[in-house]
Write a protein that binds this ligand. Structure first.
Ligand SMILES: C[S@@+](CC[C@H](N)C(=O)[O-])C[C@H]1O[C@@H](n2cnc3c(N)ncnc32)[C@H](O)[C@@H]1O
Length: 216
């Protein structure tokens, strides 16, 4: 499938950050709890948030799991926003403007990778997944959250309508677009198995999202 060339320039990034702030309790907190459940037991982990956007997922996770957070995104505007938000949070953070396909982090250097809603923006998932594997330390865990294109069309319409009512028209369009063009969980799992990830597990949350976890 052809990639969607989403422009993550200043205006799109600003709108996304503004809209995302309205979803902290109903979306980011939910995922932070799920990720925390999967990653209990690692003391003060190093965590890379690949395609971090505004950083809200890491800020929520940090309240449950204190560690060193690396905010990685290819958009300078997104990273700048996350940097500003980080000042309001008590978080040990480093900010890296870098592509998911080759994040500027050393091999085997992080314990946890989180990656939420970025697959659609990539020109291919393979190099992103290979690099997640590269930067994870042995035994480290990856947590991928993305839109499920196999969920019910009716439900996707309901979610999009709800986003329009509660967040914005732009967010509703993004939600519908993610449903129509999402990368299927089966493709992601197949690539992860090929790369060598272990314990690859898929679960479905909310009407329109999948959650894939795996270890190195
Ligand atoms: C839909 S937003 C998700 C942001 C964040 N993970 C969240 O859930 O709020 C997609 C993010 O991926 C970033 N992005 C797009 N292409 C990227 C790439 N090739 N490498 C790294 N980040 C990328 C965008 O700048 C944007 O911040």
């Amino acid at each position: 499938m052809e990639p969607i060339n989403l422009d993550w320039g200043k205006e799109t990034s600003q709108n996304y950050c503004k809209d995302s702030a309205k979803l902290i309790k109903n979306d980011y907190l939910h995922w932070a709890i799920r990720i925390h459940e999967k990653n209990i037991g690692i003391p003060h982990p190093k965590i890379a948030d690949i395609g971090c956007g505004p950083g809200f997922l890491s800020f929520e996770l940090n309240k449950l799991l204190s560690g060193k957070y690396y905010f990685v995104d290819s958009s300078k505007d997104m990273v700048n926003f996350a940097k500003q938000e980080a000042k309001k949070n008590d978080i040990d953070a480093e900010f890296i403007i870098s592509p998911a396909e080759n994040p500027a982090l050393p091999d085997n250097s992080v314990d946890i990778v989180i990656c939420k809603h970025i697959l659609l923006s990539l020109s291919g998932i393979t190099s992103c997944l290979e690099n997640i594997y590269r930067i994870l330390a042995d035994g480290g865990c990856v947590n991928i959250i993305d839109a499920n294109p196999q969920s019910s069309k009716l439900m996707a319409r309901v979610i999009s309508w709800y986003a329009k009512m509660t967040v914005s028209k732009e967010r509703a369009e993004k939600s519908w677009n993610a449903y129509l063009n999402g990368i299927s969980h089966a493709n992601v799992v197949q690539e992860m198995n090929r790369i060598g990830f272990k314990e690859v597990n898929v679960s479905f949350h909310f009407p329109m999202a999948y959650f894939i976890t795996a270890t190195k």
